[in-house]
Design a protein around this ligand. Structure first.
Ligand code: B1M
Length: 278
């Protein structure tokens, strides 16, 4: 038996500016038993405070309470790191604090990764993924890679600050169905475009589908650079990737029909959400 806790609802995270007592008073995670709700807020604050020696202990406690790895990632971990981003933007936090919080995220993900990967059943395709050149952010990319692997893909993660030529090399070696670029900085998102241009120059653009993601990335950007799919989170990335290797497998990368099919997946998701919210 696993606990079902809704992490798709958009919560107001304003309480995270104050202290855990304020968080405990919100209705966030109220569909969980009270001790789990408390544990979720503790984990949010553990990430905000960057107290990484304690992170895995809280994760283990949540797992013992039948909470799934996916719920932890998309729930309290996402909330905690979002508040870190806000504090950084408002100059309330500086790099050392952000690095401590990132360490909490990495330690939690290392603990959760085997549980997510244990879900893998059939082999559905191959993915090459990396954070583009100049960009060191990899927490979100690691989550995407993990979820893709759990969904049946063999994932070759090239790491961070990956030069366009290294993508080309990996593509020649692994012959992927999907190539994914992550970028978290407005100053590095352009490297997604540069990498895509190199694929065209090398005559390999149509051999696979190109996925783009990361906080500053949008559908508009995806359209502008001529990528095949934009995914706002790991779940959307998996849905779209699966469609690409099954019913859309005969459409080449760069095909406008493929692009339209990706947009249709977003529309279906939106209407399913609206339906569920009724
Ligand atoms: Co930096 N950082 N950071 N940072 N950092 C941001 C991105 C920033 C928004 C913070 C802020 O100002 N609020 C800001 C960028 C501003 C901008 O460009 N507009 C910023 C900055 C400025 C910087 C530095 C330049 C700071 C400096 O040095 N002065 C510097 C850059 C270093 C470099 O890259 N060259 C820097 C450094 C760092 C750390 C190293 C300290 C650390 C990264 C540690 C690491 O990743 N190993 C860090 C962190 C942790 C952040 C924030 C706080 C958190 C990022 C994160 O992990 N989010 C971030 C604030 C923010 O994003 N709001 C910030 C959680 C993660 C789960 O979400 O990565 O969005 P995300 O991934 C999601 C989706 O986007 C999507 O799915 C994921 C899961 O749902 N997704 C994909 C991601 N990739 C995808 C690929 C796909 C599909 C979906 O297909 C291929």
């Amino acid at each position: 038996m696993t606990l079902k806790i809704d992490t798709e609802i958009e919560y107001d995270l304003e309480d995270l500016q104050y202290d855990i007592d304020d968080s405990l008073e919100t209705d966030r995670w109220s569909d969980a038993p009270s001790e789990v709700k408390k544990l979720f807020h503790t984990l949010e604050w553990n990430i905000i405070d960057g107290e990484h020696p304690d992170t895995v202990g809280f994760i283990d406690e949540a797992l013992d309470s039948e909470v799934t790895a996916r719920t932890l990632i998309s729930g309290p971990m996402a909330a905690g790191i979002a508040e870190v981003g806000r504090r950084f933007k408002m100059d309330e936090y500086f790099l050392p604090e952000v690095m401590m919080s990132a360490k909490c995220m990495h330690e939690a993900l290392s603990r959760l990764k085997p549980l997510i990967l244990a879900e893998k059943s059939e082999e559905v395709g191959t993915v090459v993924i990396g954070t583009v050149q100049g960009d060191l952010h990899d927490i979100g990319k690691k989550i995407v890679a993990m979820m893709m692997e759990a969904a049946g893909f063999t994932v070759h993660d090239l790491g961070v600050t990956v030069p366009p030529e290294k993508f080309v090399e990996a593509i020649r070696e692994h012959k992927p169905h999907i190539v994914g670029f992550s970028a978290l900085l407005t100053t590095t998102m352009n490297m997604q475009w540069e990498t895509l241009k190199l694929f065209a120059a090398e005559g390999i653009r149509e051999d696979f589908k190109v996925f783009v993601g990361g906080a500053p990335i949008s559908q508009g950007w995806c359209d502008k650079i001529g990528a095949d799919a934009y995914a706002m989170d790991a779940l959307v990335a998996v849905d779209k990737a699966k469609a690409c290797v099954t019913r859309l497998k005969n459409l080449n990368g760069g095909n406008p029909e493929l692009h339209e099919a990706m947009l249709e997946i977003d529309r279906e998701r939106e209407s399913a959400k609206a339906e569920a919210g009724k």
